[in-house]
Design a protein around this ligand. Structure first.
Ligand code: SF4
Ligand code: SF4
Length: 333
């Protein structure tokens, strides 16, 4: 799924930038956490307990950090980033600071309106990722926001009608939503959207109640097989790489042993300008000292960003994912 903001000729430019960053051991993906505050009430994350006073210490610009990293992928995240009324200014400043980049905004969607989406799109957002773990009221309950699910669908339809052509649902595989995954994928396909899957972890606040256990192993195997089969028929809806999906059964069985490259290939800049290797680790030092990170023997999560950073480059497969095609584009082996 390629936004109309990009053309096929951008693909080799991004591949070149990716190689340049890797050769210089720089993060390919930088997450800017603009606030830790959040107005949801998720049971598996404590960010919403951040006091309102934290606002006064939040950076007024991330442009210097963006210029320093010069990443290929930028993600605006939180907390809930839409709580920042100056988010458009933050996005526009980074848009000016980095020439070739792909910019994503992650939101729970409860405060997103078609008008706000348009102003963020115009400021430099290329992709909206909206959390969606169930198609029904269970999602409202899980996030503690009444009416959230229907609001998301109304907003996304209006965004699509208004020309915003790159919306994805961020969906976390949990113990009680495996039956929802293919219906979410089909709903996304009908709406012209994508789905980005991650696996639930208790690393955020120790809440083990949604962990995938032995009872779900066979269901997970079956689901992954169905998702890969779906991708063979229709690229560009399930946006995870084939590799990422193929590793999920290993992860849930506790068989993953490879070191995590967070802090090296991906990094998080905190609201006050510190860096941390991932959202589940504390802030370590100022962003300019990021080279102190080394790979770590941690397998506490299998978030999409962690898993995709580990994925070997299967160029033909990834280009087909990005282009939303089912065959290999000419010239790509
Ligand atoms: S998971 Fe997201 S939506 Fe839920 S409290 Fe944490 S930051 Fe907010
Ligand atoms: S596996 Fe990596 S991204 Fe996940 S919690 Fe551990 S260090 Fe963080």
């Amino acid at each position: 799924m390629l936004s109309s903001k990009f053309k096929p000729y951008h693909v080799p430019l991004f591949l070149g930038k990716y190689a340049w960053l890797k050769a210089r051991r720089r993060p390919v993906l930088v997450h800017f956490e603009v606030t830790m505050r959040c107005n949801a009430r998720c049971g598996f994350c404590d960010y919403w307990k951040t006091p309102a006073e934290a606002k006064k210490d939040e950076l007024k610009s991330f442009a210097d950090a963006a210029r320093h990293f010069d990443p290929m992928l930028v993600t605006w995240t939180g907390g809930e980033p839409l709580l920042r009324r100056d988010l458009e200014d933050l996005v526009a400043a980074v848009d000016r600071a980095v020439r070739l980049k792909y910019v994503t905004l992650i939101t729970h969607g409860g405060m997103l309106t078609p008008e706000r989406a348009r102003s963020l799109w115009d400021a430099g957002i290329h992709q909206f990722n909206i959390s969606l773990d169930y198609l029904d009221g269970r999602h409202d309950v899980a996030r503690g926001i009444p009416g959230l699910t229907e609001k998301i669908f109304r907003t996304v339809e209006a965004m699509r009608a208004g020309g915003i052509d790159n919306v994805r649902f961020n969906t976390v595989l949990k113990d009680d939503n495996l039956d929802q995954i293919l219906p979410i994928v089909r709903r996304a396909e009908e709406m012209g959207c994508g789905v980005n899957l991650s696996v639930y972890t208790d690393a955020k606040n120790g809440n083990t109640s949604h962990l995938l256990g032995e009872a779900q192993h066979r269901e997970i195997d079956d689901l992954v097989a169905r998702l890969l089969a779906f991708k063979r028929r229709r690229r560009g809806v399930v946006t995870n790489s084939d590799y990422y999906l193929e590793q999920i059964p290993r992860y849930v069985r506790g068989q993953m042993t490879e070191p995590c490259r967070s802090g090296i290939d991906t990094i998080h800049v905190s609201p006050t300008g510190g860096v941390r290797r991932c959202p589940d680790f504390p802030t370590d030092f100022h962003w300019s000292e990021y080279r102190r990170y080394e790979p770590i023997a941690c397998n506490d999560c299998y978030y999409a960003c962690r898993g995709e950073a580990q994925a070997p480059i299967r160029i033909a497969s990834r280009v087909r994912d990005v282009m939303g095609t089912t065959r290999t584009p000419a010239g790509v082996a």
